[in-house]
Design a binder for this molecule. Structure first.
Ligand code: ADP
Ligand code: GN1
Ligand code: MG
Length: 373
């Protein structure tokens, strides 16, 4: 679906909300690749201020925004109750959906765009890379806790917001289709990258086969566990709030682990053009494993723990496949700010996959230590 710039309907959407005061400004915010995110400053009648996150849900990624919002409302309300039981502060430790004047969780603009609003979680920092091991460990605790808190959530009541989201076999098939169609003639610039993916066709089935065999159970998972999808408390440095809940649906716990490793267990940006700077940090892998399992451990089976390195490798390989597919298709899915960015992103993922393969025995030995027996 082609879409007008989000700015075009921003004022109209703002008018659909009563934010308790006068809107002073609304500016693009954050470094997400998918939605159009704005931070709104509101001047309150008592002279105070309030900030709100207003987002247009990506029409390319999400075809049924109402169902997506139903998931988010239900999951955040559930999380709020669980956090309260534990003596926490739901207003900071989970997102909550702000309703429009008409009571809806989702506002549709005159161009068909779907929007939603959340309170801006104040006093937090969102990091784009694991600047310190402590920070990375904190994110591991957050996603591990997320897994544990939703352990008893009725998974079958969740809508699948993106069908076959982490179906790596299907992702590879989509890449093959894009290579065959090659609408922009870009395939000639990335033969080696394409070969890298195709050489790992068998790997693409590793987790899916284990799932089909009943070895890996379906759980409620986040499915997009990048470091910049968790907000850190500015004062304590502890992870406070897991955000970006668009892809919460039934999935594999190893993928939640793996996507965090993909993004955070290294010291480079996802689109770093200088591959000599892109390296898997095995120590960070170990630190994240300890943190994630420390919170989620009880909820996971021995097989899941044993498959954690597969989660890391597959999420990285799959993400590389997706970036490359998008590059070939003309950068229509992931937001880009410069030409060739999706190809650079592809290559960092390939480098990390190769590193994981080179360190495979070490990674396996690390997770093995967490299997009780
Ligand atoms: P995308 O799917 O595009 O990644 P996100 O929901 O992750 O969208 O939002 C993009 C960025 O906006 C986040 O990485 C974070 O920096 C910021 N953000 C989103 N929601 C909030 C919030 N409630 N409070 C503070 N910052 C937020
Ligand atoms: C997207 O939405 P964001 O920027 O947090 C993508 C993830 C990818 C990630 C790569 C819904 O995450 O699947 O792993 O980019 N989200 C969606 O950085 O496709
Ligand atoms: Mg995000």
């Amino acid at each position: 679906m082609s879409m007008v710039q989000a700015e075009q309907t921003l004022q109209e959407v703002l008018a659909a909300y009563d934010l308790g005061g006068t809107v002073e400004s609304a500016d693009r915010f954050g470094e997400g690749h998918i939605n159009d995110t704005f931070r709104v400053n509101v001047l309150l009648p008592d002279g105070g201020a309030r900030r709100v996150i207003l987002q247009r849900v990506s029409p390319v990624a999400f075809k049924e925004p109402d169902k997506l919002m139903e998931n988010i409302v239900n999951v955040t309300e559930y999380l709020g109750r669980e956090i309260e039981k534990l003596g926490g502060d739901p207003s900071r430790e989970t997102l909550s959906v702000l309703r429009a004047r008409d009571g809806r969780a989702c506002v549709t603009d005159s161009q068909g765009g779907a929007w939603r609003a959340f309170p801006f979680v104040e006093g937090t920092v969102c990091y784009q890379s694991a600047e310190t091991p402590e920070l990375f460990a904190a994110s591991g605790r957050a996603f591990g806790r997320f897994q544990r808190l939703l352990r008893d959530y009725p998974a079958h009541t969740l809508h699948e917001t993106i069908p076959r989201f982490h179906d790596t076999e299907n992702r590879l098939q989509n890449l093959k289709n894009a290579v065959a169609a090659d609408p922009l003639g870009r395939a000639k610039d990335c033969r080696a990258d394409i070969e890298f993916m195709l050489a790992r066709e068998k790997d693409c089935s590793a987790a899916l086969q284990a799932q089909r065999d009943g070895v890996l159970p379906l759980r409620v998972t986040h499915n997009d566990t990048k470091l910049n999808n968790v907000l850190m408390d500015e004062k304590t440095g502890e992870a406070l709030c897991v955000i970006d809940l668009d892809t919460v649906m039934p999935g594999l716990a190893i993928n939640d682990f793996g996507d965090s490793i993909r993004f955070g267990a290294n010291h480079s940006a996802e689109d770093e053009p200088d591959l000599s700077k892109v390296n898997l940090d095995v120590e960070l892998f170990e630190i994240y494993t300890a943190a994630f399992l420390g919170e989620a451990g009880e909820a996971l089976t021995e097989a899941e723990i044993r498959y954690l390195p597969w989660g890391a490798k597959l999420m990285t390989l799959e993400c590389g496949i997706r970036f490359l597919t998008d590059y070939l298709e003309g950068d229509v899915y992931f937001h880009t700010t410069r030409p060739g960015q999706n190809l650079d992103r592809t290559r960092t993922q390939c480098k990390l996959v190769a590193d994981m393969e080179a360190h495979w025995d070490e990674l396996s030995a690390i997770v093995e230590r967490y299997i009780k027996g």
